[in-house]
Design a protein around this ligand. Structure first.
Ligand code: MG
Length: 479
């Protein structure tokens, strides 16, 4: 990085006063902090900065950076942001860094809603002026078009920027609209962020897990989706999965068509647990996804009843809007809990992590804010002995993103993988590999997933809605 200690600074106040020259920015801040110059607060709130670089980077006098308006804040932490703003504002200046290994810029962002049969997959492609491209995927199923327009709304903030500045661009995408991100925005940010990591890995010629800290494990255990509306059909499907090599089975708490009556589905769920444990033995791990379908009283009954069958975790036993509900819930149940697939940033995980309310964080890389946000949550979880079990009901880009995170994260439990890789092979001719219940580390640069843009256009978007359940009295209930 450029040393600002070696940088002359000219402060040009917007009021039109004469320029004031300082040896560097630190000298300017020191002067204000020590009261050697007195200026009114509103007068210094916005000012212009001119940087004249010395010989550190062999920049000539002609390379004076143009003036830029920056927000002034005396807090020391804000000084870094100030520097960052200066460099961001001057894209052409970035190109003059003789030490910058990646002078490329984002040239375009394309969005592809792809019908995969049953649901759409929203894939984005970030292109650069160097010819390197990255792909990402968004995780807001049934609201894909809202995400598509959100991606388009972010394009003007991103085109011309250096794609390797992933953290900075995350801040710009998440915060530049003033209103904090929620699902549509976070899904768009996630897709773009994943694509930026793909680009960075390709530019360096390494898989993304190398950028995340390198391999923590040789392979990643994962669980498939099993199904069956009765005890017998579920056990049959689970046995097929185990025979194929899977080490886990996972199923969703059953409904009766579009009817879900809590007491009946709880009784059926307990019977399914009993039968699966008896049939599959102790070496196969069991996960049941309640899918936010129960109220707390029914969820407590269910979790206590299945405890003897040693679930690996019970997933989403409660609805997700009120994280504080887990305070009461945790006092009544002892089974491990996996929660978090709805959450759109680290802040929505905060209470569950800091109060040690969950055992597995169900981070959705395509919804939570991409790999940039997911790795922060992973580090936070590590301090609380919470393992990752990333949510992945999506396509090959989502699966690969999860895999890179899992490979480089020490506190990892299991990866969701609805089936073996290979969906939409014409659109994604190169995907991650599965063997005997495990995902294997890719050795290709970036995500390791190839994308055929023309093939994607042959699977156009189809309008669809998710299932809708009701209770016996006709009231809506979560699917
Ligand atoms: Mg789930």
């Amino acid at each position: 990085m450029i040393s600002l200690l070696n940088t002359n600074v000219i402060i040009r106040f917007l009021t039109g006063d004469q320029d004031i020259k300082y040896k560097n920015l630190y000298a300017f801040f020191h002067t204000i902090e020590t009261g050697k110059i007195r200026v009114e607060l509103k007068r210094i709130a916005f000012f212009q900065v001119v940087l004249v670089l010395k010989s550190f980077y062999k920049v000539s006098k002609d390379d004076i950076v143009e003036p830029c308006a920056v927000l002034f804040n005396r807090h020391p932490d804000q000084i870094c942001i100030l520097y960052s703003n200066i460099f961001t504002t001057h894209r052409t200046f970035n190109h003059q860094f003789t030490r910058s290994p990646f002078p490329m810029t984002i040239s375009d962002i394309k969005v592809f809603p792809i019908w995969g049969g049953g649901r759409n997959y929203l894939v984005i492609k970030v292109e650069t002026d160097e010819g390197i491209y990255g792909i990402g995927e968004s995780g807001l199923t049934w609201r894909e078009l809202a995400v598509l327009e959100t991606v388009n709304s972010l394009k003007s903030r991103l085109i011309g920027q250096n794609p390797t500045r992933k953290e900075h661009l995350w801040q710009v995408m998440f915060r530049s609209g003033f209103f904090p991100g929620a699902h549509a925005l976070s899904a768009a940010v996630s897709a773009i962020d994943i694509a930026l990591w793909d680009i960075h890995g390709k530019a360096l010629g390494v898989p993304i897990y190398e950028l995340l800290g390198g391999l923590c494990r040789d392979k990643v255990v994962c669980y498939p989706h099993c199904s069956g509306s009765t005890v017998e059909t579920l056990v049959e499907d689970a046995q097929r999965k185990v025979d194929a090599g899977w080490k886990f089975v996972r199923w969703g708490l059953s409904s009766e068509g579009d009817l879900l009556e809590p007491s009946r589905t709880v009784r059926l769920g307990v019977q399914q647990f009993e039968a699966l444990r008896e049939t599959l033995g102790d070496d196969i791990e069991l996960i049941c996804d309640v899918h936010t379908r129960l109220d707390p009283a029914d969820a407590i009954t269910f979790c206590r009843a299945v405890e003897p069958y040693r679930p690996y975790f019970i997933e989403d036993p409660l609805r997700s809007e009120n994280q504080a509900s887990y305070h009461m819930f945790r006092q009544h149940v002892a089974v491990p809990l996996g929660v978090g697939e709805h959450y759109t940033s680290k802040w929505e995980f905060r209470e569950l992590i800091e109060r040690d309310l969950i055992n597995y964080a169900r981070i959705d890389v395509c919804l939570v804010g991409g790999l940039t946000e997911a790795r922060k949550i992973a580090g936070w979880c590590e301090a609380h002995y919470i393992n990752l079990a990333p949510h992945n009901p999506l396509g090959p880009v989502s699966a690969a993103s999860c895999l890179h995170l899992d490979l480089a994260t020490p506190n990892f439990g299991v990866q969701e993988m609805p089936g073996q890789p290979g969906m939409l092979p014409d659109v994604f001719p190169m995907q991650i590999e599965w063997k005997d219940g495990y995902l294997l580390p890719p050795d290709r640069p970036g995500l390791g997933v190839e994308f055929d843009e023309e093939a994607a256009k042959k699977h156009p978007y189809q309008a669809s809605q998710g299932p809708m359940l009701h209770r016996e009295d006709g009231a809506f209930t979560n699917w």
